[in-house]
Write a protein that binds this ligand. Structure first.
Ligand SMILES: Nc1nc2c(ncn2[C@@H]2O[C@H](COP(=O)(O)OP(=O)(O)O)[C@@H](O)[C@H]2O)c(=O)[nH]1
Ligand SMILES: [Mg+2]
Length: 292
C-alpha cells in the first residue's frame, strides 16, 4: 500500500485554517475513538497555537468502552479537555456546550474585569475526513448546516451559527490531512473508512484486521463467526471465516474478495463488537506531541 494524497493542498489548507483561526476562540478537534493517534492531524498544535481546545473522541459508540476510558485519561493527562463523542446522539449536545462554556470562562472573566462585555465564544471544528465533523455540526446546530464537502481546507462561504447564549459555531469545518507517518497508520485509517477503499488492497487490509481482532478480541471474533477455535495464522483464520460464511466458489476455494469486504464492513458497522484498534497501554510515551 502506498497512500499519499492531499500533498498539493496541504499548504493552501494550512493557510486558510490559520487565517480562519484569527476569528476563533475555541477549537474542537475530532478524532476517531477507535484510532485516536492515527486519526489525529500531526500539525494541529502548531495550527491552533494557544487557543482553548477541546478534544472529542468521536464514534466512541463504535469503540471499546474500556479503551475509551483509558484514552480519555491519557489525553487528560496531557492537559486536554476530553469528551467521548457520539455525534449521532442528541445527548451529546449538552456536554459539548458545557465544555465550551468552561473553556471560555477564563477569558470571559478576564474581559469582564477589564470592563469589556464578554464577547460571544467563537468555535471551530477541525478533523480529518470522515471523522464525523458534519454530523457533529448538524447535531449541535439541530439542523442540516454543514455541507458534505470532503475537500481539504475551509470553504470561503462560512457562516457563524448561534448555538446557545454566548456561543457561535462556524458552520464549515476545517478538514485536515491525517497522520500518515507509516503504513500502519495508513492501514488503521483505511480500516475505519477514513481512506477510500478504491485505492486499497482490500485483502491485505482485512488480513491485518483479522490479526488484530484475533489478538485483542478473540471472543468477539469467535462469537460473530461461530468458531470454537481460531486458526493461529492470520491467513488461515481469514480463510476459516470465509468458509464458515459459505463464501466458497466453484472448486471449493474461498472467495477471498467477498470475505475481505465482509470482514471490513462488519468491523466498520460494529457487528463484531465495539472494537478499538489502538490501545492506550501501547502508546509510545516518548512520542508525545508538543502542545502549544
Ligand atoms: N457510529 C457513529 N457514526 C458516526 C459518528 N459521527 C459520524 N458518524 C458517521 O461517520 C460518517 C462520516 O461522517 P461525516 O459527518 O460525514 O464526516 P466528515 O467527513 O468529518 O464531515 C457518516 O456515515 C456518519 O453518520 C459517531 O459518533 N458514531
Ligand atoms: Mg463533512
Amino acid at each position: 500500500m502506498d497512500i499519499n494524497w492531499y500533498p498539493g493542498h496541504m499548504a493552501k489548507t494550512r493557510r486558510i485554517i490559520l487565517d480562519t483561526m484569527k476569528q476563533v476562540d475555541i477549537v474542537i478537534e475530532l478524532v476517531d475513538a477507535r484510532i485516536p493517534t492515527a486519526s489525529k492531524n500531526p500539525d494541529i498544535a502548531q495550527l491552533i497555537g494557544n487557543k482553548a481546545k477541546i478534544l472529542i473522541l468521536n464514534k466512541s459508540d463504535l469503540a471499546d468502552p474500556v479503551e475509551n476510558k483509558k484514552w480519555a485519561e491519557y489525553y487528560r493527562s496531557l492537559g486536554y479537555t476530553v469528551l467521548l463523542g457520539n455525534s449521532r446522539s442528541k445527548d451529546d449536545r449538552k456536554p459539548v456546550l458545557n465544555a465550551i462554556r468552561e473553556a471560555y470562562r477564563e477569558k470571559a472573566e478576564r474581559d469582564r474585569k477589564r470592563g469589556i462585555v464578554a464577547r460571544t465564544a467563537r468555535v471551530m471544528i477541525l478533523g480529518i475526513p470522515n471523522v464525523g465533523k458534519s454530523t457533529f455540526i448538524n447535531n449541535l446546530c439541530g439542523a442540516r448546516r454543514a455541507e458534505a464537502q470532503d475537500r481539504p481546507g475551509v470553504t470561503q462561504k462560512k457562516q457563524w451559527v448561534p448555538l446557545a447564549e454566548g456561543i457561535d459555531l462556524l458552520d464549515t469545518p476545517g478538514i485536515l490531512w491525517p497522520k500518515l507517518e507509516n503504513q500502519s497508520d495508513a492501514a488503521l485509517l483505511a480500516m475505519t473508512g477514513a481512506i477510500k477503499d478504491t485505492i486499497l488492497d482490500l485483502e491485505g487490509l482485512s488480513l491485518i484486521l483479522v490479526a488484530m481482532l484475533a489478538k485483542y478480541y478473540p471472543e468477539q471474533l469467535k462469537a460473530r463467526y461461530k468458531l470454537t477455535e481460531l486458526e493461529p495464522k492470520a491467513y488461515d483464520l481469514f480463510l476459516q471465516i470465509g468458509r464458515r460464511r459459505g463464501f466458497v466458489v466453484s472448486g471449493g476455494e474461498v472467495d477471498e474478495e467477498r470475505t475481505a469486504i465482509t470482514l471490513l464492513d462488519e468491523f466498520r458497522g460494529a457487528k463484531i463488537g465495539r472494537i478499538s484498534l489502538e490501545r492506550a497501554d501501547d502508546v509510545d510515551k516518548t512520542e508525545q506531541e508538543p502542545e502549544a
